[in-house]
Design a protein around this ligand. Structure first.
Ligand code: PNS
Length: 168
């Protein structure tokens, strides 16, 4: 069974990667799908995000990385996927995610949303948290793969060498 993991991934974090790894254990193929959303300002371009995700998931054999426009359920149908994966971190995620799952169900009843509980160690982590820390000059080395931390420091002109805390 094919699953789509849709999102903005601006940038992908260790929390997202944890969800992808676990999705890969459950499904034959996981397509990480980056929404092309012109109305949202982003730190990284779509191409940068696709490259970051490809690099971060190259240890996983059943992952594909792509971008999509429009409705996630339409993209899922185009890819013959039956499942949308979403990570749930904390209770406050639940309301928005449940609404989205119900909306998607009205649009496409044959597509199921499968929620994976984010691992405890990443329950606080989001792309926005990563950007906020970086804006104020903090280290994000423990939150994203090292190659993405470097990309982020370049955006904020923070070029001093950082300690390598994670192995990705
Ligand atoms: O990482 P994000 O920003 O929380 O991801 C949100 C995303 C991209 C999964 C969601 O906004 C989405 O699926 N957008 C595509 C448009 C769509 O299908 N909307 C209907 C569900 S409300």
């Amino acid at each position: 069974m094919i699953a789509i993991y849709p999102g903005s991934f601006d940038p992908i974090t260790l929390g997202h990667i944890d969800i992808i790894e676990r999705g890969c254990n459950l499904f034959e193929k996981v397509i990480v799908a980056v929404l092309r959303n012109p109305s949202k300002t982003s730190l990284f371009t779509i191409e940068q995000r696709l490259n970051q995700i490809r690099h971060s998931t190259e240890h996983l054999l059943n992952v594909e990385v792509a971008s999509f426009d429009g409705l996630a359920v339409n993209y899922a149908k185009m890819q013959q996927a039956k499942v949308l994966i979403r990570g749930l971190r904390v209770l406050s995620d639940f309301e928005k995610e449940l609404q989205m799952a119900h909306t998607n169900k009205t649009l496409s009843p044959e597509i199921e949303t499968v929620f994976l509980a984010t691992s405890n160690e990443y329950s606080f982590l989001s792309s926005s948290v990563v950007k906020e820390i970086a804006i104020f000059g903090g280290s994000v080395d423990h939150l994203v793969p090292q190659h993405i931390a470097i990309d982020i420091y370049k955006c904020y002109d923070k070029t001093q060498p950082k300690p390598i805390l994670n192995q990705r």
